[in-house]
Design a protein around this ligand. Structure first.
Ligand code: DC
Length: 228
């Protein structure tokens, strides 16, 4: 079975997808981590992010893989652990032109489909239900208001988890800075030409602003049971 979870940054996709993968024994496919890894590889190699051919070439060359970790799944870029290096403000910015590059998307989608062919998968991203797995049995479009999304990201950056700690707080100026960046990325992701962020016609919309992770996970597991 394929479960597709799409939505904007900070909507809770990663936490929810991770919980479903663990509960159901599915492979977790974090496609954002793949675009981030290509962006990191370009930065490391000094490739101009606006040179579309050179960036696409990097995407075709690199090997991105996921291995189980103690707390989180580890992301390997050419065998090297880049799990935390891909989550910096520098990569938050660099990933925008990289993920808008059609050649990069073509290379990543091919890798994502190959992973999907290996068995049950829960994939999260922006174009899973529309492009990567249009035949997914379960499609969710997860949203949350920008303030809730910014707080989650700020807490996450401090090593906490707002999804499991209802009283989590973060520095207000950090929240505001993250919110401005999220809004910038939402706009770039939704208005780009190549596979823009948009819900699949048959996706179920869930607003997670006032829902716990458990509530969202239960809703999706019910959908999975209905699709079997
Ligand atoms: O989910 P994330 O924040 O880690 O994603 C990083 C960036 O990659 C985000 O700005 C949008 C892009 N992305 C994409 O274009 N398509 C995907 N399937 C996943 C992520």
């Amino acid at each position: 079975m394929k479960v597709a979870i799409d939505g904007p940054a900070g909507s809770g996709k990663s936490t929810v997808a991770k919980a479903i993968a663990k509960k159901c024994g599915f492979t977790l496919l974090d496609t954002g981590a793949m675009y981030r890894s290509v962006a990191l590889a370009c930065v490391q190699r000094g490739v101009d992010l606006n040179d579309t051919d050179a960036v696409a070439q990097v995407a075709r060359e690199v090997k991105i893989s996921f291995v189980p970790g103690e707390k989180v799944q580890r992301v390997l870029l050419d065998g090297e652990d880049v799990t935390s290096d891909i989550r910096t403000p520098l990569i938050d910015k660099a990933v925008t032109p990289v993920s808008a590059n059609p050649g990069v998307r073509e290379a990543m989608v091919a890798q994502q489909r190959a992973i999907g062919e290996q068995g049950d998968v829960v994939a999260e991203g922006r174009d899973i239900g529309t492009v990567v797995f249009p035949d997914a049995e379960v499609k969710v479009f997860l949203t949350a208001d920008p303030a809730a999304r910014a707080l989650r990201r700020a807490v996450q950056r401090d090593g906490g988890d707002a999804a499991t700690d209802a009283h989590a707080t973060a520095d207000q100026s950090a929240v505001e800075e993250i919110m401005a960046d999220l809004i910038r990325r939402d706009k770039a992701d939704s208005t780009r030409e190549a596979s823009p962020l948009r819900p699949a016609e048959d996706a179920v919309h869930i607003d997670s602003s006032n829902k716990t992770v458990d509530m969202v996970v239960s809703m999706i597991i019910q959908m999975m049971e209905g699709a079997r």
